[in-house]
Design a protein around this ligand. Sequence first.
Ligand SMILES: Cc1cc2nc3c(=O)[nH]c(=O)nc-3n(C[C@H](O)[C@H](O)[C@H](O)COP(=O)(O)O)c2cc1C
Length: 165
Amino acid sequence: MESKSAASFTVKEFRAALGQFATGITVVTAPTEEGPPIGITVNSFSSVSLDPPLILFSVARTLKSFDAMIAADAFSVNVLTSDQEELSNQFAASDGDKWADVSWMEGEGGCPVLSGTLATFECAPWAQYDGGDHVILVGEVRHIQSADAGGALVYFQSRYAHLAG
Ligand SMILES: Cc1cc2nc3c(=O)[nH]c(=O)nc-3n(C[C@H](O)[C@H](O)[C@H](O)COP(=O)(O)O)c2cc1C
């Protein structure tokens, strides 16, 4: 693939166009050998396959936790509810303690599972693909949890929105 972009638009215009696609918000977590677990706010989450059960998200190569994330032998994707905007901000900020005052427990696959979310997908790594300045991580879902009720935290035009359940 050519490294020079043939795009007819600026990065700013591209970001603005992408922002027209409303997404949910997740926090992806993974244990590390030493130190606190990884936790990153992610809205590039998507379903991939029902059989086998696969999901994906993309992780920026610039993240401090990038090396640990792509080396993780398990990760969990936690889908945030409409009242978890603060958690989204906390796990998106590089400075500070991402895990301060966060309620979580270890899931069946050994990954941190955040409390009070809409759903959790505990995964084993399935594949990794080059995604330009990101790497696309595909996970095989091993365990799920899904809430009976709750609204969704949504990201649209670079802002949060709250969707009633
Ligand atoms: C709404 C929202 C969605 C995000 N989605 C992604 C994403 O899909 N992939 C990604 O790599 N970073 C995403 N980020 C940025 C990361 O959460 C942030 O850069 C990361 O937590 C910083 O972690 P670090 O301390 O390891 O560098 C998103 C941030 C926000 C606020």
